[in-house]
Structures are given as structure tokens and as C-alpha cells.
Design a protein around this ligand. Structure first.
Ligand SMILES: [Zn+2]
Ligand SMILES: [Zn+2]
Length: 179
């Protein structure tokens, strides 16, 4: 079966991309993958925009085949094309203040100071998004090679304070993030 957009018949599924519930009646994206634990296929459910950022290729494939079933296909296509432009962009899992100074940055390998803004990363593997460490917000241009990260970064950071969101916008709205 191909991937699909469909209206959620229950409110029980959680989005693989952000971990939040997908409301009953809301359109969701289902990525069909070989079942890693058994015969046959299984479906990973996402909010459409979460999938566009974290699984851009299957979303683009589905938009090409069943565009009329997607909510706001232009916005989804823009998000998916943007994040498919660089192999590291789908790893973005949001921004946060480091709760301790224990983690080292994957880009510069220096510790990330407690309280500093850092970018959370995940690696997709066989239907799972595994935690894959952090990079300094200030190392974004090196790690993402200058690609724009602001939209997915804000999308996956719903818990950040308004002040921290404003700081992300200020930081990422610079020359490293051309519009
Ligand atoms: Zn989501
Ligand atoms: Zn760094």
C-alpha cells in the first residue's frame, strides 16, 4: 500500500514526529514501511507538517500521487522541499536550553554550557527516531552547512518561551539563513 493522507478516525495515535496526539477528525499522514518486527507492513502516523520536515521524501512522493488528499499541499511541499535539500535537516527535533553542561556538541565537540540554546537531533532508522545528541545553536551554520533551519526549529519547539523563540528568530534570521 502507498503512503497516504487521511482523516484520523480516532484520537489515539501519537505523531511520530513531535510526540503529540493527532486529534480525531484531523488529517494525518501515514508512512507505510516494512514491519521491522513481523511480516508485512506497518504505518507510521504523523501530523502532515511534522512528516514534511522529518520524512520529506515520502511526503513529496505522496503529494505527487495524491495531492488532492493533502491539507494545504503548497505549504507541505515547501516544507518538504526545504528539508530534503540537505541530508541533516530532517534530524532537527527542536531547540531547548541545556539543563546541564554534560552534552558535547556534535559539530565542534565542545561542551554545551548549561542554559545555552542547543538544537536537539534525532536519527531516523527503521521506523524510529532515535535521540542523536545536540549542536550549539551557534554551530548551526557549520553543521547544516548554511541551510535555513528556522521554520522546522520553531515547529518542533512548542514548549519554548516567547523570549527564547524570539532569540531563535534573531539568531537564525541572519546571513546563515537566507530566506
Ligand atoms: Zn506532530
Ligand atoms: Zn558547537
Amino acid at each position: 500500500m502507498p503512503h497516504l493522507f487521511e482523516r484520523a478516525s480516532t484520537g489515539r495515535a501519537k505523531c511520530r514526529g513531535c510526540g503529540l496526539s493527532i486529534e480525531k477528525g484531523e488529517v494525518r499522514f501515514g508512512e507505510r514501511i516494512p514491519n521491522p518486527y513481523a511480516e508485512g507492513e506497518t504505518t507510521l502516523w504523523f501530523h502532515p507538517l511534522c512528516a514534511a520536515y522529518k520524512r520529506p521524501e515520502p511526503v513529496l512522493e505522496t503529494l505527487a500521487q495524491a495531492r488532492e488528499s493533502a491539507p494545504d499541499p503548497e505549504a507541505l511541499e515547501r516544507a518538504a522541499r526545504g528539508n530534503s535539500a540537505h541530508r541533516r535537516l530532517p534530524r532537527i527535533d527542536g531547540a531547548e536550553r541545556a539543563p546541564s553542561s554534560q552534552a558535547k556538541c556534535r559539530s565542534c565537540h565542545e561542551p554545551i554550557t548549561r542554559g545555552a540554546l542547543r538544537i536537539r537531533l534525532v536519527f531516523y532508522e527503521e521506523g524510529r527516531f532515535n535521540p542523536a545528541g545536540f549542536v550549539h545553536l551557534t554551530c548551526r551554520a557549520d553543521y547544516f552547512e548554511g541551510a535555513g533551519i528556522l521554520a522546522p526549529l520553531l515547529h518542533f519547539s512548542p514548549d519554548l518561551s516567547d523570549g527564547d523563540r524570539a532569540e531563535l528568530v534573531r539568531a537564525c534570521g541572519d546571513a546563515a539563513d537566507p530566506p
